[in-house]
Design a protein around this ligand. Structure first.
Ligand SMILES: Cc1cc2nc3c(=O)[nH]c(=O)nc-3n(C[C@H](O)[C@H](O)[C@H](O)COP(=O)(O)O)c2cc1C
Length: 442
Protein backbone atom coordinates (compact mmCIF):
# COMPACT_ATOMS: atom_id res chain seq x y z
CA UNK A 1 0.00 0.00 0.00
CA UNK A 2 1.14 3.55 -0.64
CA UNK A 3 0.10 6.98 0.52
CA UNK A 4 0.96 9.39 -2.28
CA UNK A 5 0.98 13.01 -1.21
CA UNK A 6 0.84 15.54 -4.05
CA UNK A 7 3.61 17.71 -2.75
CA UNK A 8 7.23 17.74 -3.82
CA UNK A 9 10.21 20.02 -4.06
CA UNK A 10 8.61 22.09 -6.84
CA UNK A 11 6.07 23.30 -4.25
CA UNK A 12 8.78 24.76 -2.05
CA UNK A 13 9.82 28.40 -1.80
CA UNK A 14 13.58 28.99 -2.07
CA UNK A 15 14.00 29.25 1.72
CA UNK A 16 12.13 25.95 2.14
CA UNK A 17 14.30 24.04 -0.38
CA UNK A 18 14.50 20.42 0.76
CA UNK A 19 11.50 20.71 3.12
CA UNK A 20 9.44 17.89 1.55
CA UNK A 21 12.35 15.49 1.68
CA UNK A 22 13.19 16.54 5.22
CA UNK A 23 9.60 16.00 6.36
CA UNK A 24 9.66 12.57 4.70
CA UNK A 25 12.61 11.72 6.97
CA UNK A 26 11.23 13.39 10.09
CA UNK A 27 7.82 11.70 10.17
CA UNK A 28 9.67 8.48 11.04
CA UNK A 29 11.00 10.12 14.22
CA UNK A 30 7.78 9.73 16.17
CA UNK A 31 4.05 10.36 16.06
CA UNK A 32 1.45 11.15 18.70
CA UNK A 33 0.83 7.38 18.83
CA UNK A 34 4.28 5.86 18.47
CA UNK A 35 7.90 6.43 19.24
CA UNK A 36 10.62 6.21 16.62
CA UNK A 37 11.72 2.63 17.30
CA UNK A 38 8.08 1.41 17.32
CA UNK A 39 7.59 2.86 13.88
CA UNK A 40 10.78 1.23 12.63
CA UNK A 41 9.75 -2.19 13.95
CA UNK A 42 6.03 -2.18 13.24
CA UNK A 43 6.10 -3.61 9.74
CA UNK A 44 9.38 -5.48 10.14
CA UNK A 45 7.95 -7.46 13.04
CA UNK A 46 5.40 -9.03 10.69
CA UNK A 47 7.82 -9.56 7.83
CA UNK A 48 6.75 -6.37 6.07
CA UNK A 49 8.65 -3.46 4.61
CA UNK A 50 8.13 0.25 5.18
CA UNK A 51 9.82 3.06 3.30
CA UNK A 52 9.33 6.45 1.67
CA UNK A 53 10.73 8.66 -1.06
CA UNK A 54 10.37 12.24 -2.27
CA UNK A 55 10.37 13.57 -5.82
CA UNK A 56 9.82 16.99 -7.36
CA UNK A 57 6.10 16.39 -7.64
CA UNK A 58 5.09 14.06 -4.81
CA UNK A 59 6.09 12.36 -1.59
CA UNK A 60 5.31 8.67 -1.17
CA UNK A 61 5.13 6.50 1.95
CA UNK A 62 4.67 2.83 1.22
CA UNK A 63 4.66 -0.63 2.70
CA UNK A 64 4.68 -4.19 1.37
CA UNK A 65 3.26 -6.89 3.63
CA UNK A 66 1.05 -9.97 3.76
CA UNK A 67 -2.64 -9.26 3.08
CA UNK A 68 -3.61 -10.04 6.69
CA UNK A 69 -1.44 -7.16 7.86
CA UNK A 70 -3.10 -4.53 5.73
CA UNK A 71 -4.81 -2.83 8.73
CA UNK A 72 -1.39 -2.51 10.35
CA UNK A 73 0.12 -1.00 7.21
CA UNK A 74 -2.74 1.48 6.77
CA UNK A 75 -2.57 2.48 10.41
CA UNK A 76 1.23 2.86 10.41
CA UNK A 77 1.44 4.92 7.24
CA UNK A 78 -1.51 7.19 7.91
CA UNK A 79 -0.25 7.75 11.45
CA UNK A 80 3.09 8.82 9.95
CA UNK A 81 1.63 11.43 7.66
CA UNK A 82 -1.20 12.65 9.87
CA UNK A 83 0.28 12.72 13.37
CA UNK A 84 4.04 13.35 13.25
CA UNK A 85 5.47 15.22 16.24
CA UNK A 86 8.88 16.22 14.84
CA UNK A 87 10.84 15.91 18.10
CA UNK A 88 13.27 18.84 18.52
CA UNK A 89 16.13 16.57 19.51
CA UNK A 90 15.82 14.48 16.34
CA UNK A 91 15.50 17.56 14.16
CA UNK A 92 19.14 18.62 14.55
CA UNK A 93 20.41 15.05 14.27
CA UNK A 94 18.45 14.50 11.07
CA UNK A 95 19.80 17.69 9.51
CA UNK A 96 23.29 16.15 9.75
CA UNK A 97 22.01 12.95 8.16
CA UNK A 98 20.46 14.84 5.24
CA UNK A 99 23.53 17.00 4.70
CA UNK A 100 25.64 13.82 4.61
CA UNK A 101 23.18 12.47 2.04
CA UNK A 102 23.76 15.60 -0.07
CA UNK A 103 27.50 14.99 -0.08
CA UNK A 104 26.95 11.35 -0.89
CA UNK A 105 25.00 12.34 -4.01
CA UNK A 106 27.98 14.13 -5.39
CA UNK A 107 29.88 10.87 -5.11
CA UNK A 108 27.07 8.91 -6.76
CA UNK A 109 27.38 9.91 -10.39
CA UNK A 110 24.35 7.91 -11.57
CA UNK A 111 22.18 10.12 -9.34
CA UNK A 112 24.15 13.33 -9.60
CA UNK A 113 23.93 13.31 -13.39
CA UNK A 114 20.14 13.84 -13.07
CA UNK A 115 20.67 16.90 -10.88
CA UNK A 116 22.96 18.32 -13.54
CA UNK A 117 20.39 17.52 -16.21
CA UNK A 118 17.53 19.25 -14.37
CA UNK A 119 19.66 22.28 -13.68
CA UNK A 120 20.65 22.51 -17.35
CA UNK A 121 17.03 22.10 -18.48
CA UNK A 122 15.19 24.34 -16.04
CA UNK A 123 17.88 26.78 -14.96
CA UNK A 124 16.93 28.79 -11.88
CA UNK A 125 13.37 27.54 -11.79
CA UNK A 126 12.52 25.47 -8.72
CA UNK A 127 12.34 22.42 -11.06
CA UNK A 128 16.06 22.87 -11.70
CA UNK A 129 17.00 22.45 -8.02
CA UNK A 130 17.71 19.13 -6.31
CA UNK A 131 14.91 17.60 -4.21
CA UNK A 132 17.19 17.40 -1.20
CA UNK A 133 17.66 21.19 -0.87
CA UNK A 134 20.81 23.02 0.12
CA UNK A 135 22.91 22.85 3.23
CA UNK A 136 21.85 26.36 4.29
CA UNK A 137 18.13 25.82 3.69
CA UNK A 138 18.14 22.52 5.58
CA UNK A 139 20.12 24.05 8.45
CA UNK A 140 17.47 26.79 8.75
CA UNK A 141 14.48 24.44 9.29
CA UNK A 142 12.63 24.75 12.58
CA UNK A 143 10.00 22.46 14.05
CA UNK A 144 7.31 25.13 13.56
CA UNK A 145 8.15 25.54 9.87
CA UNK A 146 7.83 21.79 9.40
CA UNK A 147 4.42 21.84 11.10
CA UNK A 148 3.23 24.79 9.00
CA UNK A 149 4.40 23.20 5.76
CA UNK A 150 2.78 19.89 6.63
CA UNK A 151 -0.57 21.42 7.55
CA UNK A 152 -0.56 23.49 4.34
CA UNK A 153 0.16 20.56 2.03
CA UNK A 154 -0.77 17.24 3.61
CA UNK A 155 -4.47 17.78 2.95
CA UNK A 156 -7.10 15.28 1.82
CA UNK A 157 -7.45 16.49 -1.75
CA UNK A 158 -3.71 15.99 -2.24
CA UNK A 159 -3.48 12.48 -0.84
CA UNK A 160 -4.07 9.29 -2.80
CA UNK A 161 -4.11 5.98 -0.96
CA UNK A 162 -3.37 3.10 -3.34
CA UNK A 163 -3.64 -0.52 -2.26
CA UNK A 164 -2.97 -3.49 -4.53
CA UNK A 165 -3.17 -7.22 -3.87
CA UNK A 166 -5.58 -9.51 -2.10
CA UNK A 167 -7.76 -6.80 -0.60
CA UNK A 168 -11.46 -6.23 -0.39
CA UNK A 169 -12.18 -2.76 -1.74
CA UNK A 170 -14.94 -1.84 0.71
CA UNK A 171 -12.90 -2.99 3.67
CA UNK A 172 -9.88 -1.04 2.47
CA UNK A 173 -11.99 2.10 2.03
CA UNK A 174 -13.38 1.70 5.56
CA UNK A 175 -9.90 1.30 7.01
CA UNK A 176 -8.65 4.43 5.32
CA UNK A 177 -11.77 6.49 5.93
CA UNK A 178 -11.64 5.90 9.65
CA UNK A 179 -8.32 7.70 9.83
CA UNK A 180 -8.76 10.28 7.07
CA UNK A 181 -12.04 11.76 8.26
CA UNK A 182 -10.39 14.47 10.32
CA UNK A 183 -7.99 15.59 7.58
CA UNK A 184 -8.80 19.03 6.12
CA UNK A 185 -9.71 18.99 2.42
CA UNK A 186 -8.22 22.04 0.87
CA UNK A 187 -4.69 23.15 0.55
CA UNK A 188 -3.88 26.59 1.86
CA UNK A 189 -0.72 26.92 -0.19
CA UNK A 190 -0.33 28.44 -3.67
CA UNK A 191 -0.56 26.59 -6.96
CA UNK A 192 2.41 25.28 -8.93
CA UNK A 193 4.23 27.44 -11.39
CA UNK A 194 5.31 26.17 -14.78
CA UNK A 195 8.94 26.57 -15.78
CA UNK A 196 8.76 29.12 -18.55
CA UNK A 197 12.05 28.46 -20.14
CA UNK A 198 13.20 25.41 -22.00
CA UNK A 199 16.92 25.78 -22.36
CA UNK A 200 18.62 23.44 -24.80
CA UNK A 201 22.03 22.84 -23.26
CA UNK A 202 24.96 20.52 -23.02
CA UNK A 203 26.70 20.16 -19.67
CA UNK A 204 29.80 18.13 -19.00
CA UNK A 205 31.49 17.52 -15.67
CA UNK A 206 34.68 15.53 -15.43
CA UNK A 207 35.77 13.46 -12.46
CA UNK A 208 38.61 10.95 -12.21
CA UNK A 209 36.58 7.74 -12.60
CA UNK A 210 36.09 4.74 -14.87
CA UNK A 211 32.54 5.23 -16.14
CA UNK A 212 30.65 7.87 -18.04
CA UNK A 213 27.06 8.68 -17.08
CA UNK A 214 24.92 10.31 -19.74
CA UNK A 215 21.44 11.76 -19.61
CA UNK A 216 19.80 12.76 -22.86
CA UNK A 217 16.36 14.30 -22.71
CA UNK A 218 13.89 16.44 -24.54
CA UNK A 219 10.56 18.02 -23.89
CA UNK A 220 7.75 15.46 -23.74
CA UNK A 221 3.99 15.65 -23.45
CA UNK A 222 2.95 18.14 -20.86
CA UNK A 223 0.05 18.06 -18.49
CA UNK A 224 -2.68 20.42 -19.63
CA UNK A 225 -2.12 23.80 -18.12
CA UNK A 226 -4.94 26.12 -17.22
CA UNK A 227 -5.03 29.88 -17.44
CA UNK A 228 -7.50 32.35 -15.94
CA UNK A 229 -10.43 33.29 -18.16
CA UNK A 230 -12.37 36.50 -18.24
CA UNK A 231 -14.93 37.39 -20.90
CA UNK A 232 -13.89 40.32 -23.12
CA UNK A 233 -17.26 41.96 -22.40
CA UNK A 234 -18.68 42.78 -19.03
CA UNK A 235 -22.39 43.56 -19.45
CA UNK A 236 -25.29 44.16 -17.14
CA UNK A 237 -28.70 42.64 -17.96
CA UNK A 238 -29.78 45.55 -20.10
CA UNK A 239 -26.47 45.50 -21.96
CA UNK A 240 -26.87 41.79 -22.70
CA UNK A 241 -30.39 42.24 -24.03
CA UNK A 242 -29.33 45.13 -26.24
CA UNK A 243 -26.36 43.33 -27.74
CA UNK A 244 -28.28 40.09 -28.26
CA UNK A 245 -31.18 41.91 -29.96
CA UNK A 246 -28.91 44.04 -32.07
CA UNK A 247 -26.91 41.02 -33.28
CA UNK A 248 -30.14 39.19 -34.07
CA UNK A 249 -31.38 42.17 -36.05
CA UNK A 250 -28.12 42.28 -38.03
CA UNK A 251 -28.24 38.53 -38.73
CA UNK A 252 -31.91 38.64 -39.61
CA UNK A 253 -30.88 40.84 -42.52
CA UNK A 254 -28.58 38.09 -43.83
CA UNK A 255 -29.64 36.34 -47.01
CA UNK A 256 -28.14 33.76 -49.28
CA UNK A 257 -27.21 35.72 -52.38
CA UNK A 258 -26.80 34.24 -55.88
CA UNK A 259 -26.06 37.42 -57.84
CA UNK A 260 -22.79 39.20 -57.14
CA UNK A 261 -21.00 42.36 -58.07
CA UNK A 262 -17.40 41.87 -59.15
CA UNK A 263 -16.21 44.59 -56.72
CA UNK A 264 -13.02 43.66 -54.93
CA UNK A 265 -12.93 42.68 -51.27
CA UNK A 266 -9.60 43.17 -49.48
CA UNK A 267 -7.81 39.99 -48.53
CA UNK A 268 -7.47 41.24 -44.92
CA UNK A 269 -11.24 41.05 -44.52
CA UNK A 270 -11.29 37.43 -45.70
CA UNK A 271 -8.33 36.61 -43.46
CA UNK A 272 -9.99 38.14 -40.38
CA UNK A 273 -13.24 36.26 -41.07
CA UNK A 274 -11.38 32.95 -41.52
CA UNK A 275 -9.53 33.64 -38.28
CA UNK A 276 -12.93 34.07 -36.63
CA UNK A 277 -14.05 30.72 -38.05
CA UNK A 278 -10.86 29.22 -36.64
CA UNK A 279 -11.98 30.23 -33.14
CA UNK A 280 -14.90 27.77 -33.35
CA UNK A 281 -15.14 25.05 -30.73
CA UNK A 282 -14.33 21.59 -32.07
CA UNK A 283 -14.49 17.99 -30.83
CA UNK A 284 -11.44 17.40 -28.58
CA UNK A 285 -10.16 20.72 -29.97
CA UNK A 286 -8.92 18.95 -33.09
CA UNK A 287 -9.82 21.92 -35.31
CA UNK A 288 -10.51 19.56 -38.20
CA UNK A 289 -10.93 22.20 -40.91
CA UNK A 290 -9.16 23.87 -43.77
CA UNK A 291 -10.35 27.01 -45.57
CA UNK A 292 -9.01 27.39 -49.12
CA UNK A 293 -9.64 31.00 -50.18
CA UNK A 294 -9.54 31.70 -53.91
CA UNK A 295 -9.50 35.03 -55.75
CA UNK A 296 -7.40 33.97 -58.75
CA UNK A 297 -9.66 34.27 -61.85
CA UNK A 298 -8.18 31.18 -63.54
CA UNK A 299 -8.79 28.98 -60.53
CA UNK A 300 -12.30 30.37 -60.10
CA UNK A 301 -12.95 29.55 -63.78
CA UNK A 302 -11.69 25.99 -63.30
CA UNK A 303 -13.92 25.61 -60.25
CA UNK A 304 -16.93 26.95 -62.14
CA UNK A 305 -16.40 24.54 -65.03
CA UNK A 306 -16.04 21.52 -62.76
CA UNK A 307 -18.99 22.58 -60.57
CA UNK A 308 -21.29 23.16 -63.53
CA UNK A 309 -20.42 19.74 -64.87
CA UNK A 310 -21.63 18.17 -61.62
CA UNK A 311 -24.64 20.46 -61.49
CA UNK A 312 -25.68 19.46 -65.02
CA UNK A 313 -25.82 15.85 -63.89
CA UNK A 314 -27.61 16.90 -60.69
CA UNK A 315 -30.35 18.93 -62.33
CA UNK A 316 -30.47 16.48 -65.23
CA UNK A 317 -31.80 13.73 -62.96
CA UNK A 318 -29.24 12.69 -60.35
CA UNK A 319 -31.03 14.75 -57.66
CA UNK A 320 -34.36 12.93 -58.07
CA UNK A 321 -37.79 14.51 -58.37
CA UNK A 322 -38.40 15.27 -54.67
CA UNK A 323 -35.17 17.18 -54.24
CA UNK A 324 -35.66 19.17 -57.44
CA UNK A 325 -39.20 19.99 -56.29
CA UNK A 326 -37.86 21.25 -52.94
CA UNK A 327 -35.39 23.50 -54.79
CA UNK A 328 -38.00 24.96 -57.14
CA UNK A 329 -38.76 28.09 -55.01
CA UNK A 330 -35.10 29.14 -55.24
CA UNK A 331 -35.03 29.12 -59.01
CA UNK A 332 -31.60 27.54 -59.06
CA UNK A 333 -30.20 25.65 -62.06
CA UNK A 334 -26.93 24.28 -63.41
CA UNK A 335 -25.56 27.73 -64.35
CA UNK A 336 -23.25 29.16 -61.70
CA UNK A 337 -21.85 32.46 -63.04
CA UNK A 338 -21.33 33.75 -59.49
CA UNK A 339 -18.42 31.31 -59.15
CA UNK A 340 -16.50 33.66 -61.43
CA UNK A 341 -18.16 37.00 -60.67
CA UNK A 342 -17.82 36.99 -56.89
CA UNK A 343 -14.36 38.20 -55.78
CA UNK A 344 -13.79 35.31 -53.38
CA UNK A 345 -14.59 31.62 -53.10
CA UNK A 346 -13.79 29.81 -49.86
CA UNK A 347 -13.75 26.03 -50.11
CA UNK A 348 -14.29 24.57 -46.65
CA UNK A 349 -12.66 21.19 -46.11
CA UNK A 350 -13.19 18.73 -43.25
CA UNK A 351 -10.51 16.31 -42.11
CA UNK A 352 -11.64 13.00 -40.62
CA UNK A 353 -8.09 12.49 -39.45
CA UNK A 354 -4.81 14.36 -39.41
CA UNK A 355 -1.52 13.11 -40.79
CA UNK A 356 1.83 13.88 -39.22
CA UNK A 357 5.06 14.33 -41.16
CA UNK A 358 5.70 10.58 -41.13
CA UNK A 359 2.22 9.81 -42.42
CA UNK A 360 0.82 8.51 -39.10
CA UNK A 361 -2.90 9.13 -38.66
CA UNK A 362 -4.57 10.73 -35.65
CA UNK A 363 -8.33 10.64 -35.50
CA UNK A 364 -10.52 13.73 -35.29
CA UNK A 365 -13.85 13.75 -33.46
CA UNK A 366 -17.25 15.24 -34.28
CA UNK A 367 -15.78 16.43 -37.56
CA UNK A 368 -19.06 17.24 -39.29
CA UNK A 369 -20.40 19.16 -36.29
CA UNK A 370 -17.16 21.06 -35.72
CA UNK A 371 -16.72 22.14 -39.32
CA UNK A 372 -20.43 23.03 -39.44
CA UNK A 373 -20.03 25.34 -36.45
CA UNK A 374 -16.88 26.93 -37.89
CA UNK A 375 -18.68 27.48 -41.22
CA UNK A 376 -21.58 29.15 -39.42
CA UNK A 377 -19.19 31.47 -37.64
CA UNK A 378 -17.51 32.26 -40.96
CA UNK A 379 -20.82 33.13 -42.60
CA UNK A 380 -21.87 35.30 -39.65
CA UNK A 381 -18.54 37.06 -39.59
CA UNK A 382 -18.56 37.77 -43.34
CA UNK A 383 -22.10 39.10 -43.06
CA UNK A 384 -21.27 41.44 -40.22
CA UNK A 385 -18.29 42.70 -42.30
CA UNK A 386 -20.86 43.87 -44.89
CA UNK A 387 -20.47 40.94 -47.29
CA UNK A 388 -22.91 38.42 -48.68
CA UNK A 389 -22.40 34.70 -49.09
CA UNK A 390 -23.82 31.69 -50.84
CA UNK A 391 -23.47 28.31 -49.22
CA UNK A 392 -22.87 26.34 -52.39
CA UNK A 393 -22.73 22.55 -52.30
CA UNK A 394 -22.28 21.11 -55.77
CA UNK A 395 -22.54 17.38 -55.32
CA UNK A 396 -20.13 15.59 -55.29
CA UNK A 397 -17.31 18.07 -54.56
CA UNK A 398 -14.29 15.82 -55.08
CA UNK A 399 -13.13 18.10 -57.94
CA UNK A 400 -12.17 20.74 -55.36
CA UNK A 401 -9.33 18.56 -54.02
CA UNK A 402 -7.89 18.41 -57.50
CA UNK A 403 -8.34 22.05 -58.47
CA UNK A 404 -7.14 23.35 -55.10
CA UNK A 405 -4.42 20.77 -54.63
CA UNK A 406 -5.73 19.54 -51.27
CA UNK A 407 -4.77 16.12 -49.84
CA UNK A 408 -7.14 13.17 -50.19
CA UNK A 409 -7.92 12.95 -46.45
CA UNK A 410 -9.62 16.33 -46.70
CA UNK A 411 -13.21 16.39 -47.90
CA UNK A 412 -14.83 19.56 -49.24
CA UNK A 413 -18.15 20.19 -47.56
CA UNK A 414 -19.03 23.71 -48.65
CA UNK A 415 -17.95 26.05 -51.43
CA UNK A 416 -18.70 29.45 -49.94
CA UNK A 417 -19.19 32.26 -52.44
CA UNK A 418 -18.27 35.64 -50.95
CA UNK A 419 -18.65 39.21 -52.15
CA UNK A 420 -20.98 42.16 -52.42
CA UNK A 421 -24.50 41.44 -53.62
CA UNK A 422 -25.11 42.84 -57.13
CA UNK A 423 -27.01 46.16 -57.11
CA UNK A 424 -30.01 44.45 -58.69
CA UNK A 425 -29.72 41.18 -56.72
CA UNK A 426 -32.92 39.49 -55.71
CA UNK A 427 -33.57 36.78 -53.18
CA UNK A 428 -36.52 34.42 -52.91
CA UNK A 429 -39.31 35.52 -50.62
CA UNK A 430 -39.18 32.97 -47.85
CA UNK A 431 -40.16 32.93 -44.19
CA UNK A 432 -38.07 31.97 -41.20
CA UNK A 433 -39.64 29.82 -38.53
CA UNK A 434 -40.66 31.89 -35.49
CA UNK A 435 -39.05 31.30 -32.10
CA UNK A 436 -41.92 29.09 -30.84
CA UNK A 437 -41.24 26.64 -33.64
CA UNK A 438 -37.52 26.39 -33.21
CA UNK A 439 -37.14 26.60 -29.45
CA UNK A 440 -38.71 25.36 -26.28
CA UNK A 441 -38.15 26.68 -22.79
CA UNK A 442 -38.87 24.84 -19.59
C1 LIG B 1 -25.70 22.94 -46.21
C2 LIG B 1 -26.30 23.90 -47.19
C3 LIG B 1 -26.19 23.65 -48.53
C4 LIG B 1 -26.69 24.55 -49.46
N1 LIG B 1 -26.49 24.32 -50.79
C5 LIG B 1 -26.91 25.26 -51.69
C6 LIG B 1 -26.59 25.11 -53.07
O1 LIG B 1 -25.90 24.16 -53.45
N2 LIG B 1 -27.01 26.06 -53.94
C7 LIG B 1 -27.73 27.13 -53.51
O2 LIG B 1 -28.09 27.95 -54.34
N3 LIG B 1 -28.04 27.32 -52.21
C8 LIG B 1 -27.62 26.42 -51.28
N4 LIG B 1 -27.87 26.62 -49.95
C9 LIG B 1 -28.51 27.84 -49.51
C10 LIG B 1 -29.90 27.63 -48.98
O3 LIG B 1 -30.74 27.27 -50.02
C11 LIG B 1 -30.32 28.90 -48.26
O4 LIG B 1 -29.56 29.03 -47.11
C12 LIG B 1 -31.77 28.91 -47.92
O5 LIG B 1 -32.44 29.14 -49.12
C13 LIG B 1 -32.14 29.95 -46.91
O6 LIG B 1 -32.00 31.23 -47.46
P1 LIG B 1 -31.31 32.41 -46.70
O7 LIG B 1 -29.91 31.96 -46.44
O8 LIG B 1 -31.41 33.56 -47.67
O9 LIG B 1 -32.06 32.66 -45.46
C14 LIG B 1 -27.37 25.72 -49.00
C15 LIG B 1 -27.48 25.95 -47.64
C16 LIG B 1 -26.94 25.06 -46.74
C17 LIG B 1 -27.02 25.38 -45.28
Amino acid sequence: MGAWVGVGSRDERAEDAGMCHFIEHMVFKGTTKRRMHHIAQRMENVGGYLNAFTSKEFTCFYSRCLDEHLPRAVDTILDLILNPVFPEKELEREKDVVIEEMKMYEDTPDEYVFDLFDKALYGDDVMGSPVIGTESSVRSFTRQRLIDFLSGHYVADRIVIAIAGNVDHKRAVRLVQKMMDSVPERTTSGSRSTPTEYLPARVEERKPMQQAHIVLGTRGMSEVSFIPFSHPLSLDEQGMVERAESFYSLMDGRRTVREYSDADVPREVIEACIKTAGTAPSGAHKQPWHFAAVSDPDIKKAIREAAEEEERAFYGGRAGDDWLEALRPFGTNEHKPFLETAPWLIAIFARNYDLDDEGARSKNYYVQESVGIASGMLIASLHQAGLSTLTHTPSPMGFLNKVLDRPSHERAIILLVVGHAAADAQVPEIDRKPLEQIASFR
